[in-house]
Design a protein around this ligand. Structure first.
Ligand SMILES: [Zn+2]
Length: 272
């Protein structure tokens, strides 16, 4: 995407986020990674409903300013997501009330209650609390970014990302809508979960249609463990020399933090 289009679309998404009460005051931030690798981001301390195209900041992938505007202090979480996910070109962070209520209550959005959410978004895990704009927050998010397209941040809010600014916004909107329905259903006696065979069919459909790829099988959804759906990441990683757990001549092996978490969670699942 070129810079002018990115500026225009960030302003449009900022207005929508504000009008839909996903943010108030100067909350939230939106960014786009351009084709040339630079990042256009919302400026610090600015209401997202009142931005102008010329108010936006431009940085490199390390966050170094490339124009006279100062980017949001929460840009670090956007840069983490861009570094972890080559396919992501836009990130939207907000404090939508229903999604944030889950984050405040210490809950993930991971119940199998809506067929279309399983098809298009998958599960939204809860990252542990970290002080905003510090490494604490990005380190809590890092293990979750690879397999999910939206995250909740404990006692803070939500972030969603995608191939362009509209996919990122749509995922944020789906997250908020799902959280709202989940809360409302509790007043009507509680949601009824979809059974494992229905979930398997939905996962087949979403992969055949290209809504989500096999990476989403590795999401932190309790319900996936009750199905025949298997996370392919570890098998694939060990066959790829660049990402493989590497063995040294003395027989010791080394794993990345992500590989270790994946192995441990697979072992925990297998022992249930
Ligand atoms: Zn925030």
């Amino acid at each position: 995407m070129d810079e002018q289009t990115a500026r225009r679309e960030i302003v449009r998404v900022g207005k929508l986020m504000y009008e839909r009460s996903y943010v108030v005051s100067s909350d939230g931030n939106v960014s786009v990674r351009l084709d040339d690798g630079r990042v256009v981001a919302t400026p610090t301390q600015t209401c997202k409903g009142r931005m102008t195209e010329d108010s936006l900041a431009v940085t490199d992938i390390e966050g170094k300013a490339l124009n006279e505007r100062r980017a949001s202090s929460e840009l670090a979480m956007h840069l983490l997501i861009y570094r972890e996910r080559e396919d992501v070109r836009s990130v939207c962070h907000a404090h939508p009330p229903h999604g944030s209520a889950f984050a405040v209550a210490g809950l993930a959005i991971d119940q199998p209650i809506l067929s279309e959410v399983i098809l298009t978004l998958g599960c939204v895990p809860l990252a542990e609390y970290g002080t905003p704009s510090t490494d604490e927050l990005t380190e809590a998010m890092r293990p979750l970014v690879r397999h999910h397209n939206a995250l909740l941040m404990a006692n803070h809010g939500a972030v969603a990302y995608g191939a362009d600014v509209w996919q990122a916004f749509d995922r944020l909107e789906t997250l908020e809508h799902t959280a709202r329905i989940a809360i409302l259903s509790r007043a009507l006696g509680g949601p009824r979960d979809l059974p494992p065979d229905a979930i398997e069919k939905l996962i087949n459909v979403r992969e055949a249609a290209g809504y989500l790829d096999e990476r989403a099988r590795c999401q932190s959804c309790g319900y996936l463990h009750e199905t025949q759906v298997v996370c392919p990441a570890v098998e694939r990683d060990t066959s790829a020399p660049s990402r493989a757990a590497s063995a040294s001549p003395n027989g010791k092996i080394s794993l990345t933090r992500e590989e270790l978490i994946e192995l441990l969670s697979q072992a925990a699942r297998a022992s249930r």
